[in-house]
Ligand binder design. Structure first.
Ligand code: ZN
Ligand code: ZN
Length: 433
């Protein structure tokens, strides 16, 4: 008689019998959304992923615990979010100043001081997007785990996937550290539970975002509807750039995920260029106008981005001067320049090999949101110091700067990198050049 081993039985049932078959993704072709190459991916089971054989872009993944892990991560993140938004974030004390900041309190201060735009920016990127993202993740994964089709499931998945890149909790956390370096020389700063838990929340949000492989999720949803999203790729079919399933070429909308169907994003260069030009124009007032006005009964200091950095550098805060310089000057400038190079390269000769151009695009797309550090630092400083004894106010440049960051992010978002690969293929440039 075999000894009774409950743990192992449970493990076997959990990992192998219940989920293994359901989690599998069959072999099928996929067009890479970044370089356009058709990849024939083999059958994938739990914990496996496939990357593009030409550009290395991650195409398709099946999580190792695909039903329960995202639910657990999203639920943990949601609980953390409730705590982070209800507890004390940071306390600042100095003669004449006692500020006990909570995150909702900071938004309220911004609204009361007539900086509604900055309040909206903070609300959307640190509260609205993550909250909606987590609720949608819970909704979609509950449906998948229960094997039940629920209303608006496809719409929820589509929104969930799109929200991912607009979550900025991690940027806000780093901004708090930068603000701390600015504040601790003049005041006593005490971090509250909300600050420490914000780090955990950031990690959980990233983990949830990573564990939502949209291609697999769409496959599972269509499985619930007793149909397969797999169309033959031969003949007149087109691969959806979002969900990566093939659709008949005469369809306007993808039947799997509901987004517009296109081979290459229509008017990609024009739209991307428009956003870039707008960003480049607003970059001037963002740098020339004052971004921060700090005052106390004895002095008034109006600083632009550059003069602020210069002041910090001379004052001995060299580390923070370097951080702010990288986030506020270097990243936006490089981003505008590299987007300019990428857009120009679709018409003019490419300045470097296609692999390097592809890398340039990925870096440009990734670093964009980190420029928000400066804006978040000003929001934190403003909430901390708003008494006549010490007052920090955002200058008009803060709004322009915010717009520059968002416009460059949109410019990168609308740029279709496949245009560069198409051009390289046409000119028969070898990828190793
Ligand atoms: Zn590729
Ligand atoms: Zn689609």
């Amino acid at each position: 008689m075999t000894p009774y081993r409950p743990v192992q039985t449970y493990h076997r049932l959990w990992r192998r019998k219940v989920y293994k078959h359901r989690a599998t993704l069959p072999a099928h072709p996929v067009d890479c959304p970044e370089c356009g190459l058709r990849n024939h991916i083999p059958q994938l089971s739990q914990g496996q992923e496939a990357a593009c054989s030409r550009c290395g872009h991650d195409l398709v993944r099946v999580e190792s615990n695909p039903y329960i892990a995202p639910l657990a991560y999203a639920a943990t993140a949601l609980i953390l979010m409730v705590v982070v938004y209800s507890q004390m974030f940071v306390t600042i004390e100095m003669p004449g100043v006692y500020s006990r900041l909570t995150l909702p309190g900071m938004m309220k201060t911004l609204i009361l001081q007539d900086w509604g735009f900055l309040a909206e920016v903070m609300f959307i990127f640190t509260f609205g997007t993550p909250l909606l993202f987590l609720l949608l993740a819970l909704y979609v994964y509950t449906a998948l785990a229960l094997r039940r089709f629920m209303p608006f499931l496809l719409y929820a998945t589509r929104t969930l996937v799109r929200l991912r890149e607009w979550i900025m909790i991690d940027v806000f956390f780093i901004s708090t550290l930068v603000a701390y370096i600015k504040m601790y020389t003049v005041s006593t700063v005490t971090f509250g539970p909300a600050f420490w838990l914000m780090f955990a929340l950031g990690v959980m949000l990233i983990r949830t975002a990573v564990s939502v492989p949209e291609h697999w999720v769409y496959y599972q949803i269509h499985h619930l509807l007793n149909r397969s999203p797999l169309f033959p790729s031969e003949g007149k079919h087109i691969c959806c750039s979002r969900c990566l399933y093939f659709q008949p070429v005469n369809e306007e909308e993808c039947a799997v995920c509901g987004t517009d169907l296109f081979d290459r994003r229509p008017h990609s260069v024009r739209i991307s260029l428009c956003f870039l030009i707008a960003a480049a124009i607003l970059y001037l007032p963002a740098n020339l106008l004052p971004i921060m006005i700090s005052s106390n009964p004895l002095s008034l200091e109006i600083s632009t981005i550059l003069s602020g950095i210069e002041y910090m550098w001379n004052d001995g805060d060299r580390l923070i001067a370097v951080i702010i310089f990288s986030a506020s000057i270097m990243v936006p400038t490089l981003k505008i320049m590299s987007m300019g190079v990428l857009i120009a390269s679709t018409r003019l000769p490419m300045p470097m090999g296609i692999r390097k151009m592809s890398l340039l695009y990925r870096i440009t797309e990734y670093i964009g949101r980190w420029s928000m550090i400066d804006i978040f630092v000003i929001i934190i400083l403003m909430s901390a110091f708003h008494t006549p004894m010490a007052r920090v106010q955002p200058g008009p440049a803060s709004i322009y700067f915010c717009l520059v960051v968002l416009l460059t992010m949109l410019s990168a978002h609308f740029f279709d990198p496949r245009l560069l690969w198409d051009k390289a293929t046409r000119q028969q440039i070898k990828p190793n050049d």
